[in-house]
Design a protein around this ligand. Structure first.
Ligand code: DGL
Length: 265
């Protein structure tokens, strides 16, 4: 059986590629809901509905475990998926989110006390990062900034315009003297170099965190790992294909991956 990686769009490819690089022996199915990206400004009901459809698709296509690489989906729909959807539909399968492992990475090593979070408006509103960071360290101070322009900039090849926008989003975090910044959105991994150039504190980027955390999960769950097939194959399914998406996927993966158009119901 495969490992599924779900994102609202193609930004999650950065995380998927990093996981595949760390664990190349398994088979993967990436699903990007390119027809409905971005999720970041949508209601909780819509995000939950879209995430359930994505899980249906990935489980019907033989995934044993699905990583919700999308922070917005993890923030809004993970708990309900684990507590309601899975027991009812696929009790032996697993859904993993990215917020808990990313929050853990903030306190390794040494630990931070003032943590800045950049995320989509919906993830910020959900307070999922704040909750998780405070659960792990009740003394931490969490300062969140919604960064709605970054996803469209990344998706539309607008990185040359990003400088003043990043300055604007980073200013409140730097004013608050945070000692670490979490990039709480798949797409922001693609801006990590620009962000690191602007600050002198550690920047937590999920493509550098999730692969090791997932490898650790598989070590701790040999019963799940034993069910995974080992062909080293990867398929990429999306709900819409445009020449822009093809170009974006090519740039992001530095390869000619095939995007297969599929329908979620
Ligand atoms: N993939 C989403 C996330 O990680 C960002 C893009 C969106 O708004 O859909 O939060």
């Amino acid at each position: 059986m495969k490992i599924g990686v779900f994102d609202s769009g193609l930004g999650g490819l950065a995380i998927a590629q990093a996981i595949m690089h760390r664990l190349p022996q398994y088979d993967y199915l990436y699903l990007g809901d390119t027809k409905r990206v971005p999720y970041g400004g949508r209601s909780q009901e819509s995000i939950h509905e879209f995430t359930s459809q994505a899980l249906n698709y990935l489980f019907e296509h033989d995934c044993q475990v699905v990583i919700l690489a999308c922070n917005t989906a993890s923030a809004e729909a993970l708990r309900k998926s684990q507590q309601e959807y899975l027991p009812r539909h696929y009790p032996s399968r697993r859904v993993l989110g990215v917020i808990i492992p990313t929050a853990e990475a903030c306190f390794e090593p040494g630990g931070a006390s003032r943590i800045g979070v950049l995320a989509t408006p919906s993830t910020v509103e959900s307070k999922a990062y704040e909750r998780e960071l405070l659960r792990q360290n009740p003394l931490a101070q969490v300062i969140q900034v919604p960064a709605p322009l970054l996803v469209p900039i990344v998706e539309n090849d607008g990185r040359k315009y990003v400088d003043p926008i990043l300055d604007d989003y980073l200013a409140p975090l730097l004013d608050e003297q945070v000692d670490r910044i979490v990039l709480g959105c798949t797409h922001y991994c693609l801006l990590k170099a620009e962000i690191r150039n602007k600050v002198s504190i550690p920047v937590i980027s999920q493509d550098e965190v999730i692969p090791e955390k997932f490898a650790d999960y598989l070590n701790r769950h040999p019963e799940i790992e034993a069910l995974l097939s080992r062909g080293g194959a990867a398929e990429y399914h999306v709900t819409d294909v445009t020449s822009g998406y093809l170009q974006f996927a090519k740039e992001l993966t530095q390869s000619e991956i095939q995007l297969k158009k599929v329908t979620l119901t």
